[in-house]
Ligand binder design. Sequence first.
Ligand code: C2E
Ligand code: MG
Ligand code: MG
Length: 696
Amino acid sequence: MANSKEKTFRKLKRQYTWVSIVVFVISFLLLIAVVNAAVIFFTLYTIDSKIDDEYKIVEHMANIYEESLDVAKEDYREILQKAGTRYLVKDGSGNIIATQGRNTCSDVGGHTGFLFGKRPYVVYEDTEDNHLVYGSNGWVSLNLNLLGWTENEITVDAEEHPNPSTDEDKVLASGYVEMPIWIGTELSNGDTFIAMGHIRIRLSVIVILAIIMICLNAFLLVYMIVRIIRIVKGLRRRKQLTELFLVDEVTKGNNWMAFLLKGEQILKKRKNADKRYAVLHIVIVKYRNYCMCHSLEEGQRLLYAISQTIDQNMTPKEELSAHVSSSSFALLMEADSDDSVRQRFDQLLQGLSRTDTHDEQPLMAGHTEKGHTFRFQAGVQIIEPHIIDGKPQKRRIPELERYYNNAVAAKATLEETDDSGIAFFDNRLLEDERWVDLVEECQQKALDNEEYVVYYQPKYSPDEGKLVGAEALIRWQSPDFGFVPPGKFIPIFEKNGFITAIDHYMICHVAADQKKWLDAGMKCVPVSVNVSRAHFAEIDLADQIRNMVDEVGTPHELIEIELTESAFFDDKEALIWTIEHLKKYGFSVSMDDFGSGYSSLNSLKDMNLDVLKLDAEFFRGEADTERKEAVVSEAIRLAKRLNMRIVAEGVEEKEQVEFLDSQGCDMIQGYYFAKPMPKDEFVERMIEVYHMPEES
Ligand code: C2E
Ligand code: MG
Ligand code: MG
């Protein structure tokens, strides 16, 4: 099978998996995480830069503090005011001894780590609002121990310092959020100076950031959900498409495409390299008749039941079956030997004979309740392992389609019978197919180049042994293939329709020969020309023949038209019409190969024919001469009664001639007198008999 088909199949299989959804979800969640991390990073980065700013302030305060060490104790407020901030002063025991602004500190401090911060800070909880820390401009905590002061030494006059709470409210009202943090900085004497810094962030910025985060996440989530829904729908649709692509509508099993795809996969497996396989083409004989007698639905139920039975006879995963077309199935099965394939086919037939349709109707290989008999014919192509140096090689490109076509060709050899049977493909069939191709390629060129040659087989009277007529028989003198007898190409032309061109060609050439001989002063005998049944579909056939002969100018009575017996099964009305017109125009009409297979007695009743040609089969073989003679003599009597002349074909023995003579047979065409011969030889024979001057 074409690589592209296999690729499509692989692709379909790959896409036909839920893993793709999982992969999508994971990658999308990762994307969401990355986006969120980016926003958080940005936020923390901003906070961190603000902390840096605060740190600088604290550093500044620490400088002031260091300066204050040399200042008189009473001036501490001055120092603190110099810091330009609110403050909180604690004594050595941690008691607050002085504040500037409202103190909401819990006094429960603790170290905390800040993700992107530079160092740990002491953080106090806010007791009033449960915020982590509360404040506007920053509380400063000065450890009095550090300052070297004691409680007694300090007098606090809080009244001197206005409560800044109104400022804080203002700040909050104006849309900021403040986050106090304790910041410590190292002094030159190794001590730590701790002060409360504040990170102020606009409320609107936080709100915008929050909205962005919420929207972004919501958008990504909605997008992800929508995508997942679409993927699931897509997968479902793809699954349905795959089914359409690979599942047979009637049997719900494999179709032709699935057979090729899966079959080639089985054949390609390394572990199957040493196995011998058989590809079978199984056909239900006269399935169409069954459908016409019953109904299409019943026909389809039959196919379903057959498919089920076949599947039961196959090894799952290792073997394969498929419904290919209305009446045919394809099978790929392991085959140890030809006999094992035959056995499996017989088993299958037995299985089929027990198969039921959906209800009580029994089927197959025998009579059903409705009296229908089913027969199955199979063509087989064996696939041998490919061995190199004693080792079986992996089948890289198994041409399953070609193998199946070979199986079809093998089955075609059974077509002459309607019985169940099995036929194996061999290379002769392949040669036949090649020959058909070659012939079809050359047929027109051969006609144009006049490679088809007319041979004449004389007809003799049995009593005197006198030449009284002849049959024109075609031969192909091919520059490529040499001398080709009609049996090798006429059936091909009959199938492909080229036979009508051949029939025209022969009539024209025979008429032309006759005319030439007449013009040369010879006495001519009537010559019969074979006209194929395919030709009788043309309603103006009689006129066509008359025109062709008239164009040359040959008298009509010198031309006889032979119709094969099987032609009498086609459109009877058309046939009668053509025969009547041919006769009206003065041509003789004969029935060729009478008794060769189909009973055409009925046709004799309806059609006013001139000549009956007894088939050569009557004169072949040894068996029961007496019975044969009885049939022949009755056929002659019948022809006589119908005012027909009788020609016996294929007569090779003297005794046969004598017998036919005794029965009143009019003419004999057979090897006993002469084989088909080239034109010149035939002319010589005519001259011998009629003592006419030689053709000029
Ligand atoms: P047919 O029309 O029945 O021709 C008689 C065949 O029997 C000829 O075979 C002839 O050679 C053969 N025959 C005659 N007497 C004897 C005999 O005593 N012994 C044996 N063994 N054979 C004998 P041929 O020429 O091979 O033709 C075979 C068939 O091909 C013809 O059967 C006819 O159906 C077809 N055919 C031949 N030429 C033409 C043609 O020009 N047009 C058409 N449509 N079919 C033709
Ligand atoms: Mg004939
Ligand atoms: Mg014949």
